[in-house]
Design a protein around this ligand. Structure first.
Ligand code: ZN
Length: 258
């Protein structure tokens, strides 16, 4: 009997917590997922997701009718303050690993899921990293947006302004020249930024920038500090993946970081 009352009590607390936050929460926060390498090195690094797990996650989104949108669309929602349909999310990859092309791209095509890949321009074509041929193919497919992750993947906040400007504009120019299209999405290496870095990203002509999660700086409605949800080996469990991809999880994380 005691156990039953405890369960009822917990149930009431959960319902009240949900009702309370629903009252204070007036906007849907689009979860932006952050992937890195799609490989089987999960034991060595927490940032890897196995190809099998990635396929299962995409199949899960497809089967459950998630509205996966390109990052550009997230920006347009932020700008226009439009109502976002439920189960909307966006997918991003950092660094530009070759396995993004080899293992993730076929799956994204299979389920017609758009994504953004932020490449470290100085590593393009090197062993283990995606080359221009693959980048062009993905970009031309219309499904993949290519964004800049700087030339050399370096900590930006302590960098001299001239070098900072070079990292931002050169990576953009090189990508645009080789892909034959505008590149206007940016990703801070290691999620590190401050006001000066952010202003330079704006000045370089980028339309938005993504950071990592968690962060301590304000982000609400700021398209130059879009936070993301790290998808790692622990997301192998689809129940965890489901929780991570819910806007509630993103919302809670944003509140915590305020
Ligand atoms: Zn990175």
């Amino acid at each position: 009997m005691k156990r039953k009352s405890l369960l009822i009590f917990i149930g009431i607390v959960v319902v009240m917590a949900v009702a309370f936050t629903a009252f204070f929460r007036n906007t849907y926060t689009v979860p932006v997922l952050m992937y890195h390498s799609i490989d089987n090195r999960g034991n060595e690094t927490s940032l890897s997701v196995s190809p099998e797990s990635f396929e299962r996650q995409m199949e899960f989104l497809h089967r459950n009718h998630y509205n996966v949108i390109p990052l550009e669309k997230v920006i347009s929602y932020i700008e226009k303050k439009e109502k976002v349909p439920p189960k909307t999310l966006a997918i991003t990859f950092d660094d530009g690993f070759y396995n993004n092309y080899k293992c993730a791209f076929p799956v994204l095509k299979k389920y017609n899921i758009p994504a953004t890949i932020f490449v470290i321009v100085g590593r393009i074509g090197q062993e283990g990293w995606v080359g221009w041929k693959e980048l062009k193919e993905m970009s031309d497919s219309g499904l993949i947006t290519i964004g800049s992750h700087t030339v050399s993947h370096i900590w930006l906040p302590t960098m001299g302004t001239r070098k900072l400007k070079d990292e931002l504009s050169q990576s953009k120019e090189i990508l645009e020249k080789n892909l034959g299209k505008k590149v206007d999405v940016f990703c801070y290496p290691v999620g590190a930024f401050d006001d000066r870095v952010k202003n330079n990203v704006k000045e370089a002509g980028y339309a938005c920038a993504v950071a990592t999660n968690p962060g301590k700086l304000p982000t609400k409605g700021d398209k130059y500090t879009i936070r993301r949800i790290k998808i790692s080996r622990s997301s192998d469990n689809l129940l965890i993946f489901w929780a991570e991809t819910s806007d509630w999880y993103t919302w809670f994380k944003e509140q915590r970081a305020q």
